[in-house]
Design a protein around this ligand. Structure first.
Ligand SMILES: [Zn+2]
Ligand SMILES: [Zn+2]
Length: 370
């Protein structure tokens, strides 16, 4: 199934606009003559700001679809991070090139790139159809102004609120700005994520009634399906599956899933600290530890956050792999009660478990939807 060019442009346009505006603003900020944040008594977390700023640039570039694969976007921003820092050495700007700033920016780029991979396509046919449906809903949500306004307002409001509350208790301490920055970032991301989740579920319900073609977005209601559930989009001619909008393809996060993710995240953080403890006691790495100790405090924090972020990304990828297997095998073993479905009859590539009533789909081999 090829993605319709008009649809692709429509989905990418807001991201392209945002990327260009953000890129210009970031370049202006990093080259502003003599710009320094914070005071001597309360230093600003420069390195964490670099990490976040270039991480966001990577995310935006990958959403513009100019670069194709996420790691190409990551590579492009990685080169830009180096160039951006080198050009700050121009005398008139009264700024210094610090390789530590550059390293911090690059950590952000790498972290975001690995996360894009961790959350990227995975699994077999049924799971890919499920992911296409999710990606379609998400992209459609951000084709709308109200989607952007709601998520943007939540990020701004959440960040400001959590930042202000943290400021009240942390102000006066030496690391106040670092703590406030981290808290505000977490607040903004959580609020934006929560609102995006609510909007996503609402939008998913609305779109599932319209049966949109994933390639061009036209409604496929009334399309005829063959025995395997295959049909053709009346507008672009792309293949659609009669179960691609069903609940067996898309399920919300349930409490046990969230719980297992939380356990996995905590376990990976503990693993990270154990590995760090072993490394710091290991003779051969003493040089590395000495180098680490010479770095700015907030760069050390940025390195730890990257290490933990990478481990959690791996865990998420592993979890998604297991989840994909249960979606891909949904026509063999019921996802609800594990009853065998091999003898259960199918109509148009869909069936219902005789034991518990859970719906399932079978996606034909020629319906690979990349
Ligand atoms: Zn179509
Ligand atoms: Zn069942």
């Amino acid at each position: 199934m090829r993605r319709d060019a008009d649809r692709l442009r429509r989905e990418a346009r807001p991201w392209r606009l945002l990327f260009v505006v953000y890129w210009l603003a970031l370049t202006l900020g990093t080259h502003w003559p003599g710009l320094g944040l914070g005071t001597k008594l309360q230093p600003a977390p420069d390195k964490l700001i670099h990490m976040l700023a270039f991480g966001v640039l990577t995310l935006l570039l990958s959403r513009t679809r100019w670069m194709g694969l996420p790691w190409l976007a990551g590579l492009a921003v990685l080169l830009w991070t180096g160039l951006d820092e080198l050009t700050q050495g121009m005398g008139v700007l009264r700024r210094n090139i610090t390789y530590q700033d550059m390293l911090a920016g690059m950590l952000g780029v790498c972290l975001v790139t690995v996360w894009l991979w961790a959350l990227g396509p995975i699994g077999g046919r049924a799971n890919r159809v499920r992911l296409r449906w999710r990606a379609f809903i998400f992209a459609d949500l951000f084709c709308r102004r109200d989607g952007w306004l709601a998520v943007g307002a939540a990020a701004g409001g959440g960040g400001a609120l959590v930042g202000a509350i943290t400021w009240l208790s942390a102000s006066g301490t030496r690391h106040a700005l670092t703590i406030v920055f981290l808290a505000a970032t977490v607040g903004a991301m959580s609020a934006a994520g929560a609102i995006a989740g609510v909007l996503y579920n609402r939008h998913a319900r609305r779109l599932s009634l319209q049966h949109p073609c994933f390639a061009c977005g036209s409604s496929c209601r009334g399309v005829a399906f063959d025995d395997l559930g295959r049909g053709r989009c009346p507008v672009c001619g792309g293949t659609v599956h009669c179960g691609q909008w069903s609940h067996s393809i898309d399920e919300r996060l349930s409490t046990p899933k969230v719980r297992s993710v939380v356990i996995a995240v905590v376990a990976s953080w503990i693993t990270y600290w154990i590995v760090m403890e072993i490394v710091s006691r290991f003779g051969l790495t003493r040089g590395l530890v000495r180098w680490f100790d010479t770095l700015a405090g907030d760069l050390q924090l940025a390195l730890h956050l990257t290490g933990m972020g990478l481990i959690v990304a791996m865990t998420v990828r592993l979890y998604r792999f297991q989840l994909s297997q249960s979606y891909d095998g949904q026509h063999v073993r019921c996802r609800g009660c594990h009853h065998s479905l091999l003898k259960t009859p199918l109509t148009h590539g869909r069936g219902v478990c005789g034991e518990c009533g859970t719906e399932f789909v079978l996606v034909a081999p020629d319906q690979v939807t990349e």
